[in-house]
Design a protein around this ligand. Structure first.
Ligand code: HEM
Ligand code: HEM
Length: 224
């Protein structure tokens, strides 16, 4: 416990490990997207069918809640998924505590969310993760297609929010220990993105491009 709350650990987590986390996240994700595009190019039957207009239309339709038929068919899941993703992506980027760190390290700042709103958005992520977890356990049609890796990526998404929330409120563990734990889980999440299905944050756009272009170009119909 003493080591967990130590300045020595904090210095490692805030120093070299931040570099490792961001370099692996950016470098690894770029490499993954590059290899996918490279493989697609080799296939010969993929790129000639890609249309920019169909790609943008498909992405736009799938990013708007309830705009696609598939979203409308599952209203509860759609609401939960959108709430989860919006809060998951925007909270860390516009969090005041994070912005202060960016300013300290690089001298850059941007708009921050009011702290109480950020706190609510954090709770949204925590509760929606619990919802996904229970759904995987109790809904038979989901349990049937659930693997341990599904729990793993859920835990990786959940833990930075849980520990960030507990650190902010100074609950459960001494503040320094919880902040260290939070930074560690935040870095684990960034590093895991290129190596796990969390990479869908990039692949989503490639999938929509392919599906959108095929549906419009080949089958003359819409993919939403
Ligand atoms: C890369 C390293 C990271 C560092 C150095 C870092 C640092 C911090 C610090 C210092 C706090 C404030 C704790 C307090 O108020 O006492 C915080 C809070 C928080 N962080 Fe991070 N963080 C990192 C990564 C992440 C990631 C990847 C996520 C989520 C994707 C995340 C989500 C949060 C959340 C949700 C809060 C608390 C919001 C609240 O309830 O007010 N952090 N972080
Ligand atoms: C920014 C672009 C992103 C897009 C477009 C996106 C899109 C999606 C979609 C379409 C699903 C399937 C939802 C469903 O079954 O109804 C999904 C699930 C999921 N996403 Fe994302 N995502 C993004 C970013 C992220 C990030 C950054 C993380 C975490 C690091 C994440 C974590 C998850 C998790 C854990 C699930 C599965 C939830 C479950 O257990 O069913 N996503 N995402």
């Amino acid at each position: 416990m003493e080591f967990l709350g130590s300045t020595a650990l904090y210095n490692i987590l805030r120093g070299p490990l931040v570099w490792v986390a961001f370099l692996v996240f950016i470098g690894g994700s770029s490499y993954k997207v590059y290899t996918l595009l490279y493989l697609a190019k080799k296939e010969k039957v993929i790129f000639p069918f890609i249309s920019l207009k169909a790609t943008l239309k498909s992405i736009f339709h799938w990013l708007i809640p309830f705009a696609s038929r598939n979203w409308r068919l599952r209203p509860v899941m759609t609401t939960v998924t959108f709430l989860f993703h919006i809060c998951l992506v925007f909270t860390p980027i516009f969090l005041l505590s994070h912005n202060i760190l960016w300013r300290e390290s690089w001298g850059i700042t941007w708009w921050s969310l009011p702290e109480n709103i950020a706190d609510i958005m954090t709770m949204v992520v925590i509760f929606t993760c619990i919802f996904f977890f229970l759904r995987r356990i109790f809904a038979p049609e989901v349990r049937f297609v659930t693997f341990s890796s599904d729990y793993l990526i859920l835990a990786i998404s959940f833990l930075p929010f849980l520990t960030g929330f507990l650190a902010y409120h100074q609950w459960v563990l001494p503040h320094k220990a919880m902040v260290n734990l939070h930074i560690l889980f935040g870095e684990v999440m960034l590093i895991a993105i290129p190596f796990t299905r969390l990479g869908h944050m990039f692949y989503f756009f490639l999938t929509r491009s392919w599906m959108g272009s095929n549906f419009v170009g080949l089958w003359h119909t819409r993919d939403w």
